[in-house]
Design a protein around this ligand. Structure first.
Ligand code: THU
Length: 274
């Protein structure tokens, strides 16, 4: 899990907004449930407004509904590895408690310390095992409106980097589904399946129309929920593919109409027709 967490922090670093310091930092916090939520530093011309990667990660996680945390990883390009600033230590202490802090760099050298050791005399909170954010009341009447965060379990790999390049005979197209080694055990017995559903996120799809002429449906007008168009309010793809082969964490599949690098959110078996 440590490796996956550091890898997520390293990837998150690419979403930093750090034009002033040119020092992008990525953070990834591991929740008690095993979810990984990431953050990166977001700067501002008014320098005091800058928010560090750690705070973006922990606050995103709190707002997504997580209340309990195990570890946080940080990655920046420096040696020795990046260490959290005092403000982040205070915030992490209150929102995440005494978690383990993994400080790492691009060379993968890292040091691990409990937050308690990095921040021994916090303001306002005593050493407690109960996290105060557990006391947040959750009202559920409109909670279905809250955006949902997913953590891809792998990605699709083939030769097509652009949606326009996908050949029309994609049903014959072989692709690989590379599952994060962290989740490899979850593939146990998948090779018994002839076909599987891939649930993917169409990361290049931007915008949508609710009602439009649909080229895939004889150029007639259909609602977005009455067709399979990629431009939808949630750019989720569901594709049924033939499972050709599995080697460890890598599946070879036939028939995916997805581009290289597409994040895979889930794999599911196909219900037998009976
Ligand atoms: N920074 C972080 O995001 N996390 C740390 O642990 C150290 C510092 C950011 C804040 C600012 O955007 C830049 O690094 C340094 O000026």
């Amino acid at each position: 899990m440590l490796e996956a967490l550091v890898a997520a922090a390293r990837a998150a670093r690419s979403r930093a907004y750090a034009p002033y310091s040119r020092f992008p930092v990525g953070a990834a916090i591991l929740t008690a449930e095993g979810a990984i939520i990431t953050g990166a530093n977001i700067e501002n011309a008014s320098s005091g407004m800058t928010v560090c990667a750690e705070r973006v990660a922990v606050m995103t996680a709190i707002h997504a509904g997580f209340r309990s945390f195990q570890k946080i990883a940080l990655v920046a390009d420096c040696d020795p590895p990046v260490s959290p600033c005092g403000a982040c230590r205070q915030v992490l202490w209150e929102l995440a408690g005494s978690i383990e802090v993994i400080m790492s760099n691009l060379e993968n050298s890292s040091s691990i310390k409990p937050l308690q050791e990095l921040y021994p005399y916090p303001f306002g909170t005593s050493l407690r095992t109960e996290n105060p954010v557990n006391e947040i009341e959750l009202s559920d009447n409109e909670s279905w409106r809250i955006p949902v965060l997913f953590h891809p379990v792998g990605y699709l790999s083939n030769d097509y980097d652009d949606p326009d390049q996908i050949p029309s005979n994609y049903k014959e197209l072989l692709s690989r589904v590379v599952i994060d080694p962290e989740y490899e055990e979850g593939l146990y017995r998948i090779e018994n399946e002839e076909r599987i559903h891939l649930i993917a996120y169409l990361h290049r799809a931007k915008g949508y129309t609710l009602k439009e002429k649909r080229s895939g449906r004889g150029n007639e007008v259909y609602g977005v929920f009455a067709c399979r168009a990629p431009l939808r309010p949630n750019a989720i793809a569901q594709t049924t593919v033939d499972l050709i082969d599995r080697h460890k964490n890598i599946l070879t599949v036939k028939g995916a109409d997805l581009i290289n690098g597409t994040p895979i959110l889930d794999l599911k078996t196909v219900m037998p027709l009976k």
